[in-house]
Design a protein around this ligand. Structure first.
Ligand code: HAM
Length: 426
């Protein structure tokens, strides 16, 4: 029969690689503990409406990339209306949960949460771009203090730094409040109308939906055409401008370098004021490692009180690519403590009990399950990168002992079987 292959844009994370994931996830959790963010786990699917309203009806993520289903073959259409969609990102679900659980009334404010989990986007797969990918993200809801903007950026940067990445850059912008944007929009549209027909087809439709996004177009000709377009930064209210300045001051205070990029506009609709991306020069086709920003209207848009929020998300896939590109080796512990080698079936009975004792005592231990000859068992011990082998031959079986061999030095000594656990724990 024909083999069934893995779906395009997905990957198996297999033993040998999964240890890297464990290491990164543990580092992210540890960091969140230090920055006082608590983990939240929301469903992998939500009502499609959540993303339409949360992420934005006209965004690529919702229009082109969402895995949405409307019908599960039930007898009658469901009463809850619309269908369900695999989550393309984490913020909307976290805010939905925040509203549903009335966390705006929680005694401990602001509410600081993080998540690590799979997201789904139907994109064209390429290096660093998958259809299922894993985001680590944080969301801080309930504070509009610019210091927390800097804190959120710091969580991401410190993660990369602690893992050993170098030369990352933070690009910072303020996309203003809705009012700021409305003022800017009039002037921007007036500018764009003059060059409309020269712009790429995508930008021509962006002009009608979200003209700010024209500034973020990657087409070289468009970038040149829009070089002198009015900048959003010139239209910030006094309050937004002060907020933006304060974010920069806080970042400087903790030694995080950044560049202001007034053309950087994020692809999701909920952003207000602070927006940022973390980039590394050249990671395959895609260079953005992390993106985030403020979303002061989102909680209210999803039916909650008017609470401000800010967060970021980064994918572990792109992080791994960056580590690989920079040749960073994570300190992964591999191998086992002890492989028990036996000469006979009778010794196997003893070995099996001993193995259980070792494991219960906290030792990483293994034995042969393929009835291999001693020589092949020793080879298996090597393949398992065993630090020790404990050999039970005929003599040892009779004497109730084992020969413990340190693989690196080749040194060996005989000891009572009952002493093996203690010897290995030292
Ligand atoms: P985003 O920019 O859409 O923002 O995605 C954030 C990060 O997810 C990207 O910088 C990238 O590392 C990763 N990513 C996105 N798509 C893919 C893909 N197809 N394959 C691999 N990695 C990918 C958000 O998702 C917002 N929810 C971030 C946020 C949180 N803003 C505020 N809070």
């Amino acid at each position: 029969m024909a083999k069934i292959q893995i779906p395009r844009g997905t990957q198996d994370i297999v033993p040998g690689t999964v240890e890297l994931w464990h290491y990164i996830e543990a580092k992210a959790r540890d960091l969140c503990r230090r920055y006082n963010y608590a983990e939240i786990r929301t469903p992998l699917f939500e009502h499609t409406e959540l993303f339409v309203r949360g992420v934005g009806e006209t965004t690529d993520v919702v229009q082109k990339e969402m895995y949405a289903v409307d019908w599960f073959g039930e007898e009658k259409p469901r009463r809850d209306g619309g269908g369900l969609a695999l989550r393309p990102e984490g913020t909307a679900g976290v805010v939905r949960s925040y509203v549903e659980n009335k966390l705006y009334g929680a005694p401990n404010q602001p509410v600081k949460q993080y998540y690590i989990g799979p997201m789904f986007r139907h994109e064209r797969p390429q290096a660093g771009r998958y259809r299922q990918f894993t985001q680590f993200g944080v969301e801080a809801i309930g504070s509009s203090d610019p210091a927390i903007d800097a804190e959120v950026i710091a969580v991401a940067i410190r993660l990369y730094e602690e893992l050993g990445l170098k030369g990352l850059s933070v690009e910072l912008n303020s996309v203003g409040t809705l009012e700021d944007r409305a003022r800017h929009r009039t002037h921007l549209l007036a500018f764009l109308e003059n060059i409309r027909t020269e712009l790429c087809p995508d930008c021509q439709s962006r002009m009608d939906r979200n003209p700010l996004r024209v500034l973020d177009c990657k087409v070289e000709k468009d970038r040149i055409l829009t070089k002198d377009a009015p900048s959003i930064l010139e239209y910030l209210s006094e309050e937004s401008a002060a907020h933006f300045q304060a974010v920069q001051d806080y970042l400087s205070a903790i030694g995080i370098p950044f560049t202001v990029n007034p053309r950087m506009v994020r692809g999701l609709d909920y952003y207000t004021q602070t927006a940022f991306e973390i980039k590394m020069a050249e990671i395959g086709a895609v260079e953005t490692l992390c993106g985030g920003g403020r979303y002061n209207g989102l909680v209210a848009d999803l039916g909650g009180d008017d609470m401000p929020g800010i967060g970021f998300a980064l994918s572990i896939e792109r992080l791994l690519l960056a580590l690989e590109k920079q040749g960073v080796e994570l300190p992964i512990e591999r191998g086992i403590d002890c492989y028990i080698v036996v000469q006979s079936e009778a010794a196997k009975g003893v070995a099996f009990r001993l193995l259980d004792q070792l494991r219960q005592g906290g030792v990483i231990a293994e034995m042969d399950y393929l009835n291999r000859k001693m020589k092949a068992q020793l080879k298996a011990a090597d393949r398992n990168e065993a630090r020790y082998t404990a050999i039970i031959g005929e003599t040892e079986l009779v004497n109730g002992t084992v020969v413990l061999k340190e693989m690196a030095s080749g040194e060996q000594r005989e000891l009572k079987a009952g002493e093996l656990l203690q010897a290995l724990k030292k």
